[in-house]
Design a protein around this ligand. Structure first.
Ligand code: ZN
Length: 219
């Protein structure tokens, strides 16, 4: 089994696919967000610095992330591979990650790009609604997950709410940042010959099938 890096815009289904792969191949799903949260909660050596960045609304520095990642990848459960989610986000981080792998004597593995239409992503994010009482999530722009009555929870019949940053403007901004940072990253991995493009405009089961065949053909 090889390690897997996901490159995907927000809401492309990266989390769902990571869980499916992790379960099927019995390798850990390493999310950078989780590593940071875990570090803060366990009050380890990095937690103070991470808190400082977060309080200022800044992105945590690459050094800190690489150090957390190094400690995580050394653990026993990563020996036969892992799924990396949320890192690297740009070419600079990719180069640092290459150095880390060399130190740990590990292979890069597969880089899977979830290719998805911008309009689909936009609808997923902009139409998202949730119930504050039961936590159910709906989407007013997607037929299959629309609430039965406009704006009301199917279970509680209460008014659904929208997250303040789930709007078109914020989406455009985030999407453009993603394109700007990841396009060079895609080229970087393409040049190394380890990039696989997966059409992510289809449902999660079909995407997972496609990923399994990539994994199968690379062993
Ligand atoms: Zn509800």
């Amino acid at each position: 089994m090889k390690s897997i890096i996901f490159i995907a815009p927000p809401a492309a289904g990266k989390g769902t696919q990571s869980k499916l792969i992790s379960k099927k191949y019995n390798i850990p799903h390493i999310s950078i967000g989780d590593l940071l949260r875990y570090s803060i909660n366990s009050e380890d050596e990095s937690s103070k610095k991470i808190n400082e960045y977060m309080e200022k609304g800044l992105l945590v520095s690459d050094d800190i992330i690489l150090n957390l990642l190094k400690n995580r990848l050394k653990q026993q459960d990563c020996i036969s591979g892992y799924i990396l989610d949320g890192f690297p986000r740009n070419v600079n981080q990719a180069k640092e990650y290459d150095k880390l792998l060399e130190k740990l004597d590990k292979d890069l593995g597969l880089v899977i790009l979830l290719d998805i239409d911008k309009e689909i992503l936009k609808n997923r994010i902009v139409g998202r609604l949730s119930c504050n009482k039961c936590g159910s999530v709906y989407n007013e722009l997607i037929k299959e997950t629309k609430p039965k009555n406009v704006g009301l929870c199917d279970k509680c019949n209460l008014k659904l709410s929208k997250r303040i940053d789930d709007n078109e403007e914020t989406f455009e901004m985030r999407y453009n940042t993603y394109l700007k940072e990841t396009e060079p990253l895609i080229n970087y991995y393409d040049d190394k010959g380890c990039l696989y493009r997966v059409n992510a405009n289809i449902n999660a089961d079909l995407i997972f099938k496609e990923i399994q065949s990539i994994i199968g053909s690379s062993i």
